[in-house]
Design a protein. Structure first.
Lengths: 340, 340
DNA sequence: GTCGTGGGTTGAAATGTTTCATAAACGTAG
DNA sequence: CTACGTTTATGAAACATTTCAACCCACGAC
């Protein structure tokens, strides 16, 4: 029972009439201790309600049993799916996962990283605000296993797992053009976000290759990648003169697309007849929208799982080599963009 | 610079030509050390890239600088909003937040709790699979500050923060009846989930009070509270003979409601004319649905923030008393249920 | 010149584990 | 009966920090 303080190995040892070392062995190498004493010790642990103190273990071992994921935006289910993938891999390796959320603010991100460093986590996975931030390079210099998720670094100085965003932008636009659209909006921002820049780049590339006039791919920048911003982009779209108004929109993520969809329907537009919509990420809610959303699918859990494997390799394998994993996203066509 | 091992206070002390204790003082009580030495030490810390080892500090201090939240279902944005509220409060108290996800599985939950105990977290917030689980009582017995979120315990042996689910059920049904519905479905499950039971109870209470025949409030149980289950409940609903088919549905959460909405629209129903829908939680996506969803709003962030404050009080205030905080949810009427 | 006073610094102890070299106990082969 | 191996158990050291009593020294008061 509980008599004030939480019991330590010392208390267990005393209760079982053995030495400290033996108790430790029962926990860590049960095979070297005889069945009789093992039982006695286990009973003592149960009686006292002993729980191993992880700080002490960690202090001695020099390393913790946790990974950490610093996500970019907690309001976007996409990142939780990534986290779920990481968690599964962590669980397999018998590690805990620390989940942090920077909310797209660099200073929160840096504060989280500082904390994680103090905790001596085994490795850090991060979808950074800016993958070139100096404090990220510091981590690598320090030797902390680091994997950048859903982004990559220009030089290849750490592992990363990402999707080919340029390609994603291409397939989205190709699809819309195939459906007969010749005036299309790209909705996304701010363009400090690398994903946005590359998806737009892909869109523009293929638009040019198909010989369409650059002016007919209009860029509607947003302040953030949220449902609310999607709605307000919809209003701006509706405000355009009919001749210049696009008949389709490619949104840089699904939250924007859902906001746009809602605003459009609320304003009496028929989707896809008056306005076709393509999103990005293919989150759960995309398929569940009232007009199921066409989206560029990222393998969300896979991304997380692969990243976790990389970070574990870096943490445990002495001749680890940095890798840049690259997944190819694919278009999932649904009702929101079907041919007119 | 990094010469193999990460530097400790000892290294810093050597580099600055002072004792261990002084370095510690610089970090924890800068006012007692003279400006000159303080600067010297700080420079040494910077030069060596010193990062305090949290395990060692924690071992000595006996307590960690973290809270933990064990959420019930990572796929439901509701819980992330709660987590966000907790995080804000934790940040104010200069604590880290450990987020775990039980995915509605008791054994995962127990495993997480075990880990958290080993980490000696300052307090645990949890939305449990079953608030009467014996291992939860163990925590209380152990003296771990514990707050149950979005649930409460029958006896009042720990703090809890919840909304009045019975009341929530009542207002949902009152609203639907006001809109003229006399045949309504309640969709939710499994009924091992307390929230489901109480929302249903409230619904039945008011239904009876209004003098409506019990048979006309039909209970469609689901296996889980997901979008997919909402869709399949929609199919079951459509399969009912027209005379017995409800004209409105009250779903135990918004995910179910969104699934139902999508299935309904896909099958050609007009919402709310053919089928009115009310959800529960009022997650972000509820308002953003193509037919904006009427929902019973829980103050999501507030719930988390209040819970964090309770757990902090229990952790720091010696004459803490357990409290059962109770919020009253309110109906947010939107298009999915407007009068016919 | 001695005695406090008090700011600044020190060194050792303590926290709960794990590890490892060593010791004890116990068989068994010679 | 001894010597030797094996199996089990022990005790001390180490991990990085914080805390606290003790100490030093300069300075002003007497």
């Amino acid at each position: 029972m509980l008599n004030g303080r939480t019991p330590s190995v010392k208390d267990v040892a005393a209760a079982a009439g053995v030495s400290l070392g033996t108790v430790s062995n029962v926990m860590n190498r049960p095979e070297v201790v005889s069945a009789r004493t093992r039982e006695r010790v286990e009973r003592a642990m149960a009686d006292l309600g002993f729980v191993r103190n992880e700080s002490a273990r960690q202090l001695r071992a020099g390393t913790s049993r946790t990974l950490a994921y610093v996500m970019l935006d907690g309001t976007n289910p996409f990142f939780h799916d990534v986290a779920q993938g990481i968690e599964l891999a962590a669980e397999d390796a018998d590690l805990s996962l620390f989940i942090c959320n920077s909310n797209s603010r660099a200073e929160r991100e840096e504060a989280h990283l500082d904390r994680l460093l103090q905790q001596r986590v085994q490795g850090i996975l991060i979808t950074p605000v800016n993958s070139e931030a100096p404090y990220l390079y510091d981590l690598t210099r320090r030797g902390v296993p680091l994997v950048i998720v859903d982004r990559r670094r220009d030089d290849e100085s750490c592992c990363s797992v990402a999707v080919d965003d340029v390609h994603g932008g291409r397939v989205a636009i190709e699809h819309l053009v195939e459906q007969g659209h010749t005036k299309v909006a790209f909705i996304g921002g701010p363009d400090s976000i690398g994903q946005v820049r590359e998806r737009l780049q892909g869109a523009r590339e293929v638009w040019a290759e198909l010989g369409l006039p650059a002016d007919d791919l209009v860029y509607l920048p947003t302040e953030a990648m949220t449902v609310g911003e999607g709605r307000s982009a919809g209003e701006r779209l509706a405000g355009l003169p009919a001749r210049r108004r696009p008949t389709a929109a490619f949104c840089a993520n699904d939250l924007l697309a859902l906001g746009l969809l809602q605003q459009g329907i609320g304003a009496g537009l028929r989707v896809p007849d008056d306005l076709a919509i393509v999103g990005f990420d293919d989150i759960e809610f995309a398929a569940a929208a009232a007009v199921p959303l066409t989206s560029v699918r990222q393998p969300r859990q896979e991304l997380g799982r692969a990243a976790a494997q990389l970070v574990l390799d870096e943490a445990t394998n002495p001749d680890h080599e940095h890798q840049q994993l690259f997944f190819t996203p694919e278009l999932v066509a649904r009702a929101s963009s079907r041919a007119r």
